[in-house]
Design a protein. Structure first.
Lengths: 406, 310
């Protein structure tokens, strides 16, 4: 290779690295939306009017923006929870179950203590929700830490258990017995005490206090991960369990606690789903996603698109909250079912993780500017082991070179 | 309780359990092949959903169940190409990309269902085939030898996959790629190609599993699988990556579901507690994961993309 071509290759590498690090995530959404347009065309709908309806439904006017923010709040909490667990190298797919457990614990608290004033009851139900979620997160966390049980499988199994327990409670012990229906009872709780409702903070919208709480919590979790010794321990355990153990950190306990915190955040999201709802009841329909509306899975997409950073997750949650809210408008306007948004979310996840490898490679080669012919990527220092500070901006999906057991 | 142990009910329960176990078994056997080569595919549920819908649509339009099964497998194969490209060629994080495939399958199958079919119509079901002579054996015949072709096929695949993995060159390459891809590479095994093939076979079987589930239920609806694909992945761990173990897990799971259904209809489990009883299979799986993780070792390179010199 001549010197000029080496320089040229280096410049191309730099540009590629720049493009990949700043545009990989937005591009993945753009490409997914483009494929969505193809789907609409194939189904005989006009993609321009479809997306127009979606955007208007999600973001046009204060009412739509409020609805989007309300949808985004639980998504944000689930996503932030996933961020915490991911720093400890645990992938929490248990959002669905933790949301359900949080909703149940908070509803039960409100039903048991109906006479407390709002200033006491609202914090109490939110804490109860967090506690319910924490329990449902700590179980797979401890299984992973102490018995090396694959957390992806255990959280999915616990989702199934949680949903069945929820269906049983809402149709049985917790059901609203005052309903007069000839077709059997709807699985829902009684109308929850008015003092437990999350107050609306912007008049003439659905925007309630929970949205503000979710954003504050997201910022708080960013501080927790990147500015506290607990966060440092979590990251250290995520990067290398062995190194953390040798330096005297309680590795297993840290993993368990990280998953409990992750579950607590999802559980808080479950409480928001109940107390920020329009019906002010906990309702399901007997299906797996009747209560959560798949928010446990949508939260995964939000977290990934937010580069697994709690602050970016705020933006990401608002965007995907808008897509989900606008999906209904899309269905009304073009007849394309709102499920298209779920399919697009799947595509976004696929693109984000696929681009991650290219990004890692381009960063590895950038360390050795003479090109791969002289310094193969493996010889370069592992790109994914920056000090905790660097985590603020990087969206590395693989916490260390060693995400050993998925 | 005494009702349960009558001859007819016991036979019916075991017979139903095998039918219920078949989709799990097909999907889990396919996943076993993939995991032995080092690729964990969490998109099984999404693949099953898409295959089930495509098979359903084919059955509705043509009325031919054979075409439906073929289309289901074909859908699995296409999704296998996508999965292998993401996991093997692009070396993406497999735990997460599988969730992407799942969400895509979930959303897209329901999108197609609502748009193309709308109101669910039942399709024909597969006729059970009686195995001559064997079906006359008292009790045993009614339990095991009056099943559909897919049930026989699934259980026949257990020894076939065992043989493939343990007694063929291709199987040895699969196991080597899953245990020590660098060593396999150094003796001339094309790790990428082996993993591609393993994933394609696994996903085709997931497609067949989707078709089998559809034909067992006889109708398609939103989220037909109810996370069965994820359970199939868990059953691979349950069976400690061995086809016979996977079969044991699938049958146990099928039995648990069949017994809960049977006891519910007999009134042994009160209707109010039936949701609670339905958690039994998932709880059993979690407990099994706990014991298996302590006693067996997963393929050493499971979930790790292979990179030369890496």
């Amino acid at each position: 290779m001549s010197r000029a071509s080496v320089a040229l290759a280096g410049a191309w590498q730099d540009r590629r690295r720049f493009l990949l690090s700043w545009f990989a995530l937005p591009m993945s959404l753009v490409v997914a939306l483009a494929l969505g347009a193809v789907m609409m065309l194939a189904l005989g709908a006009n993609p321009i009017s479809g997306y127009n309806a979606l955007i208007v439904g999600a973001f046009d006017g204060s009412y739509a923006l409020g609805a989007t923010a309300v949808k985004a709040a639980p998504l944000l909490l689930v996503a932030v929870g996933i961020c915490v667990a991911f720093r400890a190298n645990v992938f929490n797919i248990g959002g669905e179950g933790q949301l359900a457990m949080g909703g149940l614990a908070s509803s039960a608290t409100a039903i048991a203590l109906p006479h407390l004033p709002s200033v006491v009851l609202i914090p109490l139900v939110l804490l109860a929700g967090a506690a319910g979620g924490a329990l449902w997160g700590a179980i797979p966390g401890a299984f992973k830490a102490y018995f090396n049980v694959n957390e992806i499988l255990s959280t999915i199994m616990l989702n199934l258990v949680a949903v069945q327990v929820m269906n049983w409670l809402l149709a049985g012990p917790m059901v609203d017995k005052t309903q007069n229906s000839t077709y059997g009872l709807i699985p829902e709780t009684e109308l929850l005490p008015r003092s437990s409702w999350l107050p609306i903070i912007v008049p003439n919208t659905q925007l309630h206090l929970g949205v503000l709480i979710a954003v504050i919590v997201a910022v708080g979790v960013w501080v927790l991960i990147y500015r506290t010794s607990f966060g440092f321990r979590v990251q250290a355990v995520g990067l290398s369990r062995d190194a953390s153990r040798y330096s005297g950190m309680p590795v297993k306990r840290t993993m368990t606690v990280a998953m409990a915190v992750s579950g607590a955040l999802c559980g808080l999201g479950g409480a928001l789903l109940v107390f920020g709802s329009i019906s002010h009841r906990m309702v399901t329909d007997g299906s797996l996603t009747g209560f959560t509306g798949s928010d446990g899975f949508n939260g995964i997409v939000v977290a990934l698109f937010g580069a697994l950073n709690p602050l970016w997750a705020i933006v990401s949650a608002f965007l995907f909250g808008g897509l989900l809210v606008g999906g209904d408008a899309l269905q009304v306007a073009t007849g394309v079912p709102a499920d298209m948004v779920t399919a697009l979310e799947g595509l976004v996840v696929i693109f984000v993780v696929s681009l991650e490898y290219m990004r890692r490679r381009s960063r590895a080669t950038a360390v050795a500017p003479s090109g791969r012919s002289k310094a193969p990527p493996s010889k370069a220092p592992p790109p994914e082991s920056p000090p905790p500070e660097a985590g603020a901006g990087d969206g590395s999906l693989v916490a260390a070179g060693e995400r050993a057991d998925p | 309780m005494s009702h349960f142990f009558t001859y007819a009910i016991l036979t019916a329960t075991v017979s139903a359990a095998l039918g219920l176990a078949t989709p799990f078994l097909l999907a889990a056997l396919g996943e076993t092949i993939g995991q032995r080569s080092g690729v964990i595919n969490l998109g099984v549920d999404g693949i099953m959903l898409l295959s089930a819908f495509n098979a359903y649509f084919t059955a509705l339009k043509t009325g031919n169940l054979f075409y439906a099964i073929v289309v289901g497998m074909g859908t699995g194969l296409v999704m296998g190409v996508i999965t292998a490209f993401i996991s093997v060629t692009l070396k993406a994080e497999q735990g997460i990309s599988g969730i992407g495939v799942y969400l895509f399958g979930l959303g897209f199958s329901d999108l197609l269902f609502i748009k193309l079919v709308g109101t669910p119509l039942p399709i024909n079901s597969l006729n059970p085939i009686d195995i001559p002579l064997l079906d006359r054996i008292p009790a045993i015949g009614g339990m095991f030898f009056k099943q559909t072709i897919l049930v026989y096929l699934a259980f026949l695949l257990v020894p076939v996959v065992t043989f493939l993995l343990n007694r063929t060159t291709f199987g040895m390459k699969i196991r080597a790629s899953g245990e020590n891809p660098a060593a396999a590479d150094s003796v001339g095994v094309n790790v990428s190609r082996v993993r591609w093939s393993a994933v394609l076979i696994g996903c085709t079987m997931a497609g067949l599993a989707g078709a089998a589930l559809l034909l067992y239920d006889g109708i398609f609806m939103e989220n037909l699988t109810q996370s069965e694909g994820f359970i199939a992945v868990a059953l691979v761990y349950f069976g400690a990556w061995r086809p016979v173990g996977v079969m044991g897990g699938s049958v146990l799971y099928g039995l648990a579901i069949a017994i809960v259904l049977e006891w519910k209809s007999l009134g042994i489990i009160p209707l109010s507690a039936s949701d609670l009883a339905a958690t039994a299979p998932a709880v059993i799986t979690i407990l099994a994961l706990l014991t298996v993780a302590r006693r067996f070792r997963q393929p050493a390179a499971l979930g790790k993309p292979y990179e030369r010199g890496g």
